[in-house]
Design a protein around this ligand. Sequence first.
Ligand code: F0G
Length: 364
Amino acid sequence: MATHTRYTGLIEHYRDRLPVSDSTRIISLGEGNTPLIELHNIPKLIGKNVKIYIKYEGLNPTGSFKDRGMSMAVTKAVEDGSQAIICASTGNTSAAAAAYAVRAGIRAFVLIPEGKIAQGKLAQTLMYGAEIIQIRGNFDEGMSLVKQVIDHAPVTIVNSINPFRIEGQKTAAFEIVDELGRAPDFHCLPVGNAGNITAYWKGYSEYAKETNGIAAVSSNTPVMCGYQAAGAAPFTAGKMIDNPETIATAIRIGHPQSWDLAWNVQKESGGWFDSFSDEKILAAQKMLSAYEGIFCEPASATSLAGALNDIATGKIPEGSTIVCTLTGNGLKDPDTAIQQCTETHPVSVDASLDAVKKAILDNM
Ligand code: F0G
């Protein structure tokens, strides 16, 4: 008979690798343990001998990878006696901060760029009851304000400059190695503030250093590939940029907070940064839905857009095992999804058997 161990979140699961003690009150919503899905149709479509796995982070409790870091950051904020947390956000961090604050019984203040966050993220953050401060400015300006205001108010910052965020997020790399029994050859990620690429690298590096790990841990670490939207690509520009623009609002960031850390990841892993047009990003998003049944938000698809480009050019060679992280659920941004499907609008028919039968038979 199968034995069942109840999964109660990543802090419990990786307790010995995270900064908690027996007396720490853990703030969790059961985050982590997300599926690693091998793509079956896209490799055939592109005619390349590659193994591409999707780390589907959109299945976390608030629908994005932010829950990993937020569980850890809010756990530590509460342990330190904090009564309120604050973040600037393009939407997902605010949703996660709001949810974990509710869970902990503390308050959340979130600064978001007015009119520039996807509807699903706004809906969540409103429902969780966070104090939402919309600014007439972009994420970078919000981030700068948050860093200033923490000197004037008793609030704990939970953006990824909070090191506990990185601690929580590194567990995604642990899960991948545990499941594959090794690190992938290449790991592809969308990059905004660059906290996540920093976290994955920390996770892979820590696991690789182990000699007596639980799984058959390879001594290898992946080459880290960080991809940005062309209109918001400070890493490919080699400098911070003002006025970033992209339809992938989650990564509409011109002044990444983990700038030095991410360059270090690039050097240590032998990886690279690249950037892609909004059209290419949306095409990758559509491809995942239409060929694999996997729905992610636009920013997330940047990882696959990059991987497909680098497979096509041979930069990622055939025979490689690749993991692409899909950072957020497609339901986060229903507007962009629907706008993309103008030719596949639903047909409207009379509520009669004849009409429905015809609609099916005409399309067989
Ligand atoms: N993908 C999604 C869906 C995101 O929400 C973010 C960041 C990223 C990728 C980039 O991750 O910043 O660690 O490089 N979103 C932040 C937010 C900025 O406020 O939700 P990163």
